[in-house]
Design a protein around this ligand. Structure first.
Ligand SMILES: Nc1ncnc2c1ncn2[C@@H]1O[C@H](COP(=O)(O)OP(=O)(O)OP(=O)(O)O)[C@@H](O)[C@H]1O
Length: 235
């Protein structure tokens, strides 16, 4: 066993322990996260529902290794990430973590399938294998027929489904989605979430999804919120 890697089926894919984060505000500090603790288990889809400004994006960025907490520990796949240097954190982020945002951020000059293939080729896969996996992911997202279209030729919901497929192209352990349907109408939001859920079920991925949409949150395995910087489970 590799030193520092904990194995076992019940081990969380993501663990946050005592996370604290403040930002400077004028002459003072603005505390955002205070002793935030959280565990996400394999295959779980967890909704993060909290008012604007509560710290949802901050939490996702810290958990996804885009930002460092002031104190506390982020453990991904049993590995503590706090003491790692930026290079090691970037390597873990590339292989273990996927991100989806409110806006798709697809490469406009590349087709849907190319957008899913490019990150895999950057990670070292050959084009044939990357295309095979890319088509499989697009089919989970019900986009096989749209694979050769450019982003400008796709609807908002289709673009967001391509962005989701791309975010998991390199088989991360955990997906962080920050308002992934925030830009879509309610019907399309549900359709995109259906596709995301099918993908999660098919790949065994775990996900934390920040959303203002309570109906979507109700469809997730668990829901959490932020209360005065702490993570609290919702019924
Ligand atoms: N880099 C930063 N520097 C200073 N303040 C910041 C920074 N990032 C976020 N904040 C502040 O921290 C608070 C939490 O921001 P965050 O974006 O995490 O909230 P949120 O819950 O995701 O909000 P929303 O739902 O509106 O996206 C806000 O008051 C924000 O202004």
């Amino acid at each position: 066993m590799t030193a520092g890697i904990i194995t076992g089926v019940e081990e969380p894919v993501l663990k946050l322990v005592g996370i604290e984060k403040s930002y400077r505000e004028g002459d003072g500090v603005l505390p955002i996260l205070r002793q935030a603790d959280f565990s996400l288990f394999p295959g779980e889809v967890c909704g993060l529902v909290a008012p604007s400004g509560a710290g949802k994006s901050t939490l996702l960025h810290i958990a996804g290794l885009l930002e460092r907490p002031d104190t506390g520990e982020v453990i991904i796949g049993g590995r503590s990430c706090g003491s790692l240097d930026d290079g090691a954190r970037t390597a873990i982020r590339r292989t273990e973590v996927g991100f989806v945002y409110q806006f798709h951020h697809l490469l406009p000059e590349f087709t849907a399938i190319e957008n899913v293939v490019v990150p895999q080729m950057i990670a070292g896969l050959d084009r044939k294998e990357a295309t095979r996996r890319g088509m499989e992911l697009l089919s989970y997202m019900k986009l096989e027929q749209r694979a050769s279209h450019l982003p400008a030729e796709l609807s908002g919901g289709e673009r967001q489904r391509v962005a989701i497929a791309r975010s998991v192209a390199n088989a991360p352990r955990v997906l962080f989605a920050d308002e992934p349907t925030g830009n879509l109408d309610p019907k399309t939001s549900h359709y995109v979430f259906d596709a995301l859920q099918a993908l999660v079920r098919a790949t065994g991925l775990s996900a934390v999804i920040a959303t203002h949409n309570h109906e979507l949150a109700a469809r997730m395995d668990r829901r959490i919120t932020l209360e005065e910087g702490r993570i609290v489970e919702l019924e």
